[in-house]
Design a protein around this ligand. Structure first.
Ligand code: PLP
Length: 393
């Protein structure tokens, strides 16, 4: 079967490959500790489930407007107004089948063949692939570990060409958990604005920020920044609603309308009753989120401490999201593995710990560990990693 070029340029997801192997081992009854999860391990809060259930019973099971129900669009606009002082009307908003879908429609609506999108390394696995599917070209700049994996305005400037359309900003970041300060963003915004580069701000981890740090949305930095930013966000991470497929985007009306047009001929509206759940999530009690955060902080602190106690591994303490991105270069060399993929594979085979090699995020010296799993599993898994790196087997 001859396939379209569009799909043959896709790289298979390294994340999925290792997860599939871990699941296969689990099926065979092997006690695998899995740090691969990209989703919170808590249930969706009950009041959200009840709101969706009520919607279904009331017959809200039909098509909705493609862009989403007006109440939810308004709640999204209200949230950004209240929390960040940025004003959007509902025509500048779209509800999508997850944040991923918002990003996909965005690149499809924005890029012509050969248009470039600057993608900071380490990147979320889907960014480069989505850009490629939309016939765009990902241009990489590397966030150095000694700058907490963050890129600088200077690097953005150097990467800009006449074909540059957009820069992706993901703060807090998956996979590093790093967050950008107001000052860092101001510098980056300046460069983007003087070069007519759109900022795509993926704010899906915006609520998962610790130690009193604040989230800054680039759209709030100036009127020009507002006009040149598309915000992407969603319910998956803050409200533990990954399976509900609820995301959204806010920004330039013309671009958002093009995204709605794309949806109208592909997915149509996002799931009707999920939207009522999302509405309850945004407008209802926020205590479940606080509980989740408290738990994540405890785990993060413990995980960072335990990892730094392993000879050959160093781990920065991230300020957001639910991942750590330790450097395992010394361990790989000491143990004589060719690269981080081989190292991760051996770890899974020998010590039954599944994690994601950094290569999938463009970083060859690191691994991603998700701490969206119980403290007991975290301690057990990291003890196994210690055994793998320091032990005699
Ligand atoms: C999880 C995630 C998303 C979107 O997930 P959805 O479930 O599609 O909303 C977007 N960006 C990053 C960086 C993520 O980790």
């Amino acid at each position: 079967m001859k396939l379209a070029k569009r799909v043959t340029v896709l790289s298979p997801s390294s994340t999925l490959a290792i997860t599939a192997k871990a699941n296969e081992m689990k099926r065979q009854g092997i006690d695998v500790v899995s740090f691969g999860a990209g989703e919170p391990d808590f249930n969706t809060p009950l009041h959200i489930i009840e709101a969706a259930e009520k919607a279904m019973r009331e017959g809200k099971t039909k098509y909705t407007a493609t862009a989403g129900i007006p109440e939810l669009l308004q709640a999204i606009c209200d949230k950004y107004e209240k929390e960040y002082g940025v004003t959007y009307n509902t025509k500048q908003a779209i509800v999508t089948n997850g944040g991923k879908h918002a990003l996909y429609n965005l690149f499809m609506a924005l890029l012509d063949p050969g248009d470039e999108v600057i993608v900071p390394i380490p990147y979320w696995v889907s960014y480069p692939e989505m850009v490629k599917v939309a016939d765009g070209v990902p241009v990489y700049i590397e966030g150095k570990e000694d700058n907490q994996f963050k890129i600088t305005a200077e690097q953005v400037k150097e990467a800009i060409t006449p074909r540059t359309r957009a820069l992706i900003i993901n703060s807090p970041s998956n996979p590093t958990g790093s967050i950008y300060s107001r000052k860092e963003l101001e510098e980056i915004v300046d460069v983007c604005l003087s070069n007519n580069v759109l900022m795509v701000s993926d704010e899906i981890y915006e609520k998962l920020i610790y130690d009193g740090h604040e989230h800054v949305t680039v759209a709030s930095l100036s009127k020009e920044a507002y006009e040149n930013t598309i915000i992407v966000n969603g319910m998956s991470k803050p409200y533990s609603m990954t399976g509900w497929r609820m995301g959204y985007a806010l920004g330039n009306e013309k671009l958002i309308r093009a995204m709605v047009d794309l949806s109208s001929h592909s997915t149509s509206n996002p799931t009707s009753f999920s939207q009522y759940g999302a509405l309850a999530a945004l407008t209802g009690p926020q205590e479940p989120l606080e509980m989740m955060k408290t738990e994540f902080v405890k785990r993060r602190d413990r995980v960072v401490e335990l990892l730094n106690d392993i000879e050959g591994i160093t781990c920065l303490k991230p300020e957001g999201a639910f991942y750590v991105f330790p450097n395992v270069k010394q361990a790989i060399e000491k143990q004589g593995y060719a690269n981080v993929d081989e190292w991760s594979k051996a770890l899974l085979e020998q010590q039954k710990v599944a994690l994601i090699p950094g290569s999938g995020f463009g970083a060859s010296e690191n691994i991603r560990i998700s701490y969206a799993t119980s403290m007991e599993q975290l301690e057990k898994g990291i003890a196994r990693i210690k055994q793998f790196v320091e032990g005699t087997n």
